[in-house]
Write a protein that binds this ligand. Structure first.
Ligand code: NDP
Length: 444
């Protein structure tokens, strides 16, 4: 049995009941086979893979808080500090009832490679709780966040571990957590990212993931002899990533014809009206059915089906596993030549394989949506030097990071004879830098 298979088998045996973590380890390690096989003797001797799949530490704690009726509630908090070979641990805090140690470990493991790929000095971690902010009053959310941070504050710090937002953790939650950290530790430092602009947040963080997706897509097309200008683009989702992907795609001269939410999708043959979309989603917080009030010629379709609309470029920006094998077949049949993932894991494994086998340029989320975490790292830099950069400065840095990410993954794929396979390229490029740092730092 090869080294990769041995380690996968050991992870499954030693971490029972953690299916998401098993899946992430399998997916990443299998795509690393070329680099592992080329260096097998050294990696085995140094136990590189065994060290990579075992987090530096995983912290689990009780989070008691009092609800509005005076009842004490108890949630579970987690922080998994996975690997800090190239910088302080960095990764979001997820607040959702589905959160468990398997999900936090899967996300933390993936984060190690994504963060490395940005070329910025950030290690990988993830945390969260099974607390559900939905339906809670502001006071209840604050009570939870203060209790959560009372414990978490013992393990984090600007040079140690810098958590950020994620599902369920937005500006409100980050604010409450930052306030509590400051109070307990008696220091003002950039210990969290995703902060409000009045207390250390970064300009362009809101736009970063969508804009970054388009910067990388643009570079991928350019390097493959294509031009985004004049192309038809289908986007799924109508949230933060989708809105700013739509904006930048239009600025680059593409025509975006769809957006969607969990109820249905809009097809606007004349091109999505961004101002209308932003008003519906960001101001009114309404459903996409409203869009027809602004654009009577647009079509609203109930249910899935966004990938049946003919396009040149598809940008899934909604949720995991939203682009299936059937969707991939429809995209290929309609002449789509590029897919770039704005969401995390939106394309199923079978769909990814089908797209790649049919010559579609495919940029995985690990690379394509890294603009969010990259801009969080830029927030850390601004906090460290106690300065705030202008929107244009942050945006220019974001663009150069995304272009660089594309070339890193492209070069890694070429070096191992997987030219054009950006899934393999992204994993290898992220992995190489971490391993290099681990080897240089000795057995630790
Ligand atoms: P939002 O919550 O702002 O938006 C998500 C959008 O997807 C909403 O329009 C939502 O519709 C839609 N959606 C959710 N579930 C489905 C579904 N089953 N079918 C169709 N549409 C659906 O999230 P973000 O835009 O921030 O994030 C989108 C994705 O990008 C996630 O996978 C996230 O992890 C990833 N990501 C986000 C980053 C960021 O900086 N925001 C950074 C990196 C990755 P509805 O309103 O009906 O729920």
């Amino acid at each position: 049995m090869g080294y990769v298979d041995e380690v996968i088998e050991r992870v499954v045996a030693k971490n029972p009941g953690e299916p998401e973590f098993h899946q992430a380890v399998k997916e990443v390690l299998e795509s690393l086979r070329p680099v592992v096989e080329a260096n097998e003797a050294l990696y085995r001797k140094e136990a590189i893979l065994e060290r990579l799949v075992e987090p530096d530490r995983q912290i689990k704690f009780r989070v008691p808080w009092v609800d509005d009726k005076g009842q004490v509630q108890v949630n579970v908090g987690y922080r998994v500090q996975f690997n800090n070979s190239i910088g302080p641990y960095k990764g979001g805090l997820r607040l959702h009832p589905s959160v468990n140690i398997s999900i936090i470990k899967f996300l933390g493991f993936e984060q190690v490679f994504k963060n490395s790929l940005t070329s910025l000095p950030i290690g990988g971690g993830k945390g969260g709780s099974d607390f559900d902010p939905k339906g809670k009053s502001d006071r209840e959310v604050m009570a939870f966040c203060q209790s959560f941070m009372t414990e978490l504050s013992k393990y984090i710090g600007a040079d140690v571990d810098v958590p950020a937002g994620d599902i369920g953790t937005g500006a409100r939650e980050i604010g409450y957590m930052f306030g509590q950290y400051k109070r307990i530790r008696g220091m003002y430092e950039g210990v969290l990212t995703g902060k409000g602009l009045s207390y250390g947040g970064s300009l362009a963080r809101t736009e970063a993931t969508g804009y970054g997706l388009l910067y990388l897509t643009d570079e991928m097309l350019r390097c493959n002899g294509k031009d985004i200008k004049g192309k038809t683009v289908c986007i799924s989702g109508a949230g933060n990533v989708a809105i700013y992907a739509c904006k930048k795609a239009q600025e680059l001269g593409a025509k975006v014809v769809t957006v969607s939410d969990s109820n249905g999708y809009i097809y606007d043959a004349e091109g999505i009206d961004l101002a209308a979309l932003k008003e519906i989603k960001e101001v009114k917080r309404a459903r996409l059915t409203e869009y027809k009030n602004y654009r009577p010629n647009a079509e609203y379709h109930e249910g899935r089906g966004v990938w049946n609309v003919p396009c040149d470029i598809a940008l899934p920006c909604a949720t995991q596993n939203e682009l299936t094998l059937e969707d991939a077949k429809a995209l290929v049949a309609n002449g789509c030549f590029a897919v770039a993932e704005g969401a995390n894991m939106p394309t199923t494994l079978e769909a990814t394989k089908y797209l790649q086998e049919n010559g579609v340029l495919f940029a995985p989320g690990k690379a394509a949506n890294a603009g969010g975490v990259a801009t969080s790292a830029l927030e850390m830099s601004q906090n460290s030097e106690r300065l705030s950069w202008t929107f244009e400065e942050v945006d220019a840095k974001l663009k150069s990071i995304m272009v660089n990410i594309f070339h890193n993954m492209d070069d890694a794929a070429k070096r191992y004879n997987f030219e054009g396979n950006y899934v393999v390229g992204a994993n290898i490029a992220g992995f190489e830098k971490v391993v290099d740092a681990m080897l240089a730092q000795g057995v630790c």
